[in-house]
Design a protein around this ligand. Structure first.
Ligand code: 7TS
Length: 412
């Protein structure tokens, strides 16, 4: 493997040469969505120029080509996460839709009145609200594993205590989009399975940033979004263990998800097509395939190492500058998403001043209100997050923006 070359990688991302507010764009919001390399953009462009057609329908050449490219991209996803094959890879719009399909299909069949569903206090709304809707509909109980607000880690006693109540489902994030915390999924899913639970892992913030294998996670479902891993928006993945997917009813009805239909009934198509009703996001699938090729070209281990090193550097710079950060202090326990606050300044003002310096960060509740508002007890926090194209120079620019915030608010 060639040495990690951030400058060469940056050259593949056209957007990184734009200026914003007269400054070079410093993009530190990849936890929200990643930028796209030219290789992905070109592959989508080539699809529309050379073989745009609907899939699984035409008998003509370009339709076969489109079908082939769409299915090939699923093979790449299956191999990336170590799934058995494309029968376990359902394409959806995003991680949110993947989780909702499990709620609409698996949970609708398996969760009964009085059953318990277990999530954690560090979930994104997409892994909270579907379970609130389902619990209300079924009369089920929604429980939370507590987190320690100081360390940003799950409270281990709370995990054991909650699992002793025998939840039917544990739905848990692999990495927190706010705190950056990486949860020890392999141990937790083993404990959860021993307690009789089915396990869904939200991999939206892990799959793009580190090697993630189903065999290591030991989960039954894995949800993630293409747009956070160099692919276009509107394509995401629901991985499901084939034995479970086989038993699940389709969540949506329509074209392509059926084998046959008569006046009163239908028979479902084979996996994974049973879960993909209607014309899918073909360009998205093809773009995701190209994105995975690009990530594999660098190597997920090297991507992880690069982001750890940036995270260590950023945590050190922020500590030296007296800025409060949240989440684990050790970069080994987290991904490259760092929430922070500058005392006495509203996070939205921080983000606005950063923007005036060309530095794009997010401020707000990060779609994790129970965590930010109820656990951290903040109305909002600022967050910088990294990806393959970021460098220490980007973090230096962010620290210059911090100095400008302090100057503007006369803090030093
Ligand atoms: N799960 C986690 C852990 C996430 O971080 C996100 C998006 C989602 C699920 C939902 O992803 P979607 O693609 O379905 O929207 N997180 C963020 C964020 O941190 N800032 O913007 C979106």
């Amino acid at each position: 493997m060639a040495k990690f070359d951030a400058e060469k990688i940056r050259g593949d991302f056209p957007i990184l040469s734009v200026t914003t507010n007269g400054k070079r764009l410093v993009y530190l919001d990849s936890a929200a969505t990643s930028q796209k390399p030219i290789q992905v953009i070109k592959e989508i462009d080539r699809y529309y120029r050379e073989y745009n057609a609907n899939i699984h329908r035409g008998v003509y050449k370009i339709s076969e080509e489109a079908t082939q490219a769409y299915e090939d991209s699923k093979r790449k996803v299956a191999s990336l996460i170590g799934a058995k094959g494309i029968e376990e890879i359902v394409y959806v719009r995003n991680a949110t839709e993947a989780i909702n399909i499990v709620a609409l299909s698996w949970a609708d069949e398996n969760i009964k009145k009085g059953d318990r569903i277990l999530i954690t206090e560090m979930e994104h709304h997409s892994n909270i609200v579907p379970w609130q809707i389902l619990s209300k509909k079924k009369g089920a109980v929604l429980d939370y594993v507590k987190i320690d607000a100081d360390t940003g880690m799950l409270d281990e006693e709370s995990i054991s205590e909650q699992l002793s109540k025998k939840p039917k489902l544990l739905s848990i994030t692999h990495a927190s989009n706010v705190l950056g915390t990486i949860n020890s999924i392999s141990e937790i899913s083993k404990e959860a399975h021993d307690a009789g639970a089915t396990v869904l892992v939200d991999g939206a913030q892990s799959v793009p940033h580190m090697p993630v294998k189903i065999s290591e996670l030991g989960c039954d479902f894995l949800a993630f979004s293409g747009h956070k891993m160099l692919a276009p928006t509107g394509i995401g993945v629901l991985y499901g263990r084939s034995e479970i997917l086989e038993k699940m009813p389709p969540a949506f009805g329509g074209g392509d998800m059926i084998m046959s239909v008569d006046h009163q009934s239908f028979t479902s198509n084979d996996l994974p097509w049973k879960f993909e009703a209607g014309t899918p996001n073909i360009e998205g699938g093809i773009g995701l395939g190209a994105a995975i090729d690009y990530l594999n070209g660098i190597g997920m281990e090297d991507i992880k190492a690069h982001e750890k090193s940036l995270t260590r550097y950023a945590l050190k710079c922020m500590e030296e500058s007296g800025i409060r950060t949240f989440g684990p202090k050790d970069e080994k326990a987290r991904v490259g998403a760092i929430p922070f606050e500058i005392d006495g300044v509203h996070p939205h003002d921080v983000a606005t001043i950063f923007d005036s310096e060309g530095v794009a960060i997010r401020a707000g509740h990060h779609c994790a209100m129970p965590l930010v508002v109820e656990v951290l007890k903040k109305p909002a926090v600022s967050r910088m997050s990294f990806y393959i194209y970021n460098t220490e120079e980007d973090i230096d620019k962010a620290m210059e923006a911090v100095s400008k915030v302090k100057k503007t608010f006369k803090l030093s």
